[in-house]
Design a protein around this ligand. Structure first.
Ligand code: PEP
Ligand code: MG
Length: 315
């Protein structure tokens, strides 16, 4: 039913008064790309490339990676595709790239930090992406996960551009990067908020521990503050700020994020129709009011309730 809706409802995402919000899909494989490249999907906001690396003894070769990236780019034609470089470590362990002796893997050599110990992994991946870009004539947006500083953002941008990647970004999923979003964003073309890890690190709460879900809530005031600071930096610098964590797929949160100045929302394809309906029933002014109310609330529960009061009762 969702597929039918995504095939039929091809309107671009945005508020009732025409403020655009790109509605993008999260994918993990080339098969995902081919399955969700429906007319109502504006592109890919997060291609989790680690799926290609999982369960193997060695990394996929440059040729194999290039073939996969090419398939993903071809599936989406001239639509936007944001590719995330390998995010190994912590909750995504890889046999050949994870240090066995880490006591705190979530705080260890994971994500972009792998460049310190295995730079060839990132270079091969960037070369494969550049080759796919050449072959298809479409330029992927390429971003690194788990970046904490503006210096790392700069180093990644230089490396990616050195390989011929044209549009370079980083994920904001470490509180340090959100607090310094202006400086981080100054080094790259765009950022994407990973609210899953951002909540984990801001709240010092393991994202895999179900019994702590109330602390991990992206509606927590402290998490919303970090999202707001990042969105504000994007507005000031005139650069795109997306959200690709699970919270992007919460229709109420979509109103808040839009009000904060987020420019795209990426979620599992199945969540797109509900987000699109919610946005198109509310104006940008209402989204801004939702953002103000959420930020002013003293708790996650009260933030949700305050925004819910603004929602068109017909929904
Ligand atoms: C996130 O951390 O919010 C994110 C989108 O990345 P992942 O869930 O793959 O860590
Ligand atoms: Mg993450």
């Amino acid at each position: 039913a969702v597929d039918r809706e995504l095939a039929a409802d091809t309107a671009e995402g945005g508020t009732s008064d025409g403020h655009p919000v790109m509605l993008l899909a999260n994918i993990g494989t080339a098969e995902d790309a081919e399955r969700v490249a429906l007319p109502g999907v504006e592109g890919v906001g997060l291609f989790r490339t680690e799926v290609l690396f999982l369960g193997r003894a060695t990394a996929p070769t440059l040729d194999e990676q290039a073939a996969t990236y090419e398939r993903v780019l071809r599936a989406f034609g001239d639509r936007k595709v944001v590719v995330r470089t390998l995010d190994a470590g912590a909750d995504k362990p890889l046999a050949f790239a994870t240090q066995a002796d880490e006591e705190n893997p979530a705080l260890g050599v994971r994500g972009y930090r792998l460049v310190r110990t295995m730079p060839e992994l990132l270079d091969t991946q960037l070369a494969a992406l550049a080759r796919a870009q050449e072959a298809t004539g479409t330029a992927p947006w390429v971003m690194a996960p788990m970046v904490a500083t503006a210096q790392e953002a700069r180093a990644f941008a230089e490396r990616a551009r050195g390989h011929g990647i044209r549009t370079v970004g980083v994920m904001v999923e470490v509180p340090a990067a959100a607090l310094r979003a202006r400086e981080v964003l100054a080094e790259v073309d765009f950022v994407s908020l990973g609210t899953n890890d951002l909540a984990q690190y801001a709240m010092a709460t393991d994202r895999l521990r179900g019994e702590l879900a109330d602390l991990l809530d992206p509606w927590q005031p402290a998490v919303l503050d970090l999202v707001a600071a990042t969105a504000r930096a994007g507005t000031e610098l005139g650069k795109p700020v997306g959200v690709c964590g699970e919270s992007a797929g919460d229709p109420l949160m979509a109103l808040v994020l839009t009000g904060l100045g987020v420019t795209s929302l990426s979620m599992s394809a199945g969540a797109l129709p509900a987000a699109r309906h919610m946005l198109r029933r509310h104006s940008l002014a209402t989204c801004r009011q939702a953002a103000e109310r959420a930020l002013a609330a003293p708790s996650a529960t009260e933030a949700r309730a305050a925004v819910l009061e603004l929602v068109d009762p017909a929904l």
